[in-house]
Write a protein that binds this ligand. Structure first.
Ligand SMILES: *Cc1c(COP(=O)(O)O)cnc(C)c1O
Length: 397
């Protein structure tokens, strides 16, 4: 038998973390890494944050799980806080991002069903999108590496080019339910929607009775410097999927919706055994305390601007390697020139300089630090990047 006990679906690297301390990970051999990957935009408070650790320990000792057959004082309180701080009127809690997107798709289809238009089931999504790995969410992507061998997928999805309003408008027909997109594409290459595109989609939705579904699983929860990225576009969605940062490392997600968009989601239409259990709600509430604390979002914005300008200053010194810096807040991408491979550079930084980043589509190095970084971490990241760029280029030459 040669298959590994862990199903071999990940090309795992040699970093084997066993402990985390703030913005650092410590490997099996005691080696330290500056963690500017954050579990892919998850650990927004870094590792071992005392408030989060205490919230988990206290709630685990008090009440970890009960079924959704019972009333949920913890869930009501946390949902109310999300409602108070967003466009939404109602929240469904999930255990992951893909489940949050699934709930968003179901909510959209069910809206049109409840509205007397059950034929309006088609979702228009976009090239380079990533919405998760369930059969429903891979149906909303055009990427062969996620779809091949799993077909037939869910019918009712059309994928068009991102940031192309005309192409999106051209696909709208009588069966269309709405649009599904990430305001800032993460896996696809840290590509923000243009203002014209996102406001244009909102306008189309308003004119044609469609739903705007945002996937803020990666770009949401303070990552871009506002609580949610769409706030910077001056629009609101009808439905939004949230996960990653919401639990700061605890597996949870949420689907948020307006009262109107959620009108089909009545008793018995959806459910989850673990979703919104007391432990998750305690964690979510502790993370939210930090995110909504005075100055937190402003801090992310300011740190994002400082990191970005430091990255931009790197470019002229290594212009054979880097093309540009993209992204928003602390969701940044360093686009490499065609002659250099982002995946190889990420590996080089990790193995030779103790800096963790993540590669993304379009030959981009994703830089996703914990949102609690300090200036010293930014300086250390730039030092490592700069040294890494120098010997990476020398190695290639
Ligand atoms: C990570 C991600 C998902 C999927 O989340 P999982 O928790 O892995 O299911 C969905 N959408 C976006 C934008 C993501 O970045």
């Amino acid at each position: 038998m040669s298959i590994t006990p862990l199903m071999p679906v990940y090309p795992r690297c040699d970093v084997r973390p066993v402990r985390g301390e703030g913005c650092y990970l410590i490997g099996e051999r005691g080696e330290r890494y500056l963690d500017f990957a954050s579990g892919i935009a998850v650990n927004l408070l870094g590792h071992g944050h005392p408030t989060l650790v205490k919230a988990i320990a206290d709630q685990a000792a008090t009440l970890m799980h009960v079924s959704n057959l019972y009333g949920s004082p913890q869930g009501e309180a946390f949902a109310q806080r999300l409602v108070d701080n967003t466009f939404a009127d109602t929240v469904f809690f999930t255990n992951s991002g893909a489940e949050a997107v699934e709930c968003a798709i179901k909510t959209a289809r069910r809206f049109h069903y409840a509205d007397g238009n059950p034929h309006k089931h088609k979702i228009i999504s976009f090239d380079n999108a990533f919405h998760g790995r369930t059969l429903g969410t891979i149906s909303a992507t055009s990427q062969p590496k996620m779809r091949d061998g799993f077909e037939p997928l869910l019918p009712g999805f059309t994928v068009v080019p991102f940031n192309d309003l005309e192409a999106a408008a051209a696909q709208v027909d009588d069966n269309t339910a709405g649009f599904l997109l990430e305001p800032v594409q993460g896996e696809g290459g840290v590509t923000p929607a243009t203002k014209e595109f996102l406001t244009g989609l909102r306008k189309l939705c308003d004119e044609k009775g469609l739903l705007l579904i945002l996937d803020e699983v990666q770009c949401g929860y303070a990552r871009t410097g506002t609580f949610f990225a769409h706030e910077q576009y001056g629009i609101t969605p009808d439905i939004m999927a949230v996960a990653k940062g919401i639990g700061g490392g605890f597996p949870m997600g949420a689907c948020l919706a307006t009262e109107n968009a959620a009108k089909g989601m009545v008793f018995g239409t959806h459910g989850s055994t673990y979703g919104g259990n007391p432990l998750a709600m305690a964690v979510g509430s502790a993370v939210l305390d930090e995110v909504l604390a005075d100055g937190f979002l402003e801090g992310v914005k300011a740190k994002g601007a400082r990191l970005r300008s430091a990255l931009e200053q790197l470019i002229p010194n290594h212009d054979g390697l880097f093309e540009d810096v993209r992204g928003m807040g602390l969701m940044l991408g360093l686009k490499m020139k065609d002659s250099a491979d982002a995946r190889a550079f990420v590996g080089h930084l990790r193995d030779n300089h103790g800096l963790l980043t993540v590669s993304a589509g379009q030959n981009v190095v994703r830089i996703l630090p914990p949102l609690v970084i300090e200036d010293s971490h930014i300086a250390e990241c730039i030092e490592k990047l700069s040294a890494g760029a120098r010997d990476f280029a020398a190695k290639a030459a």
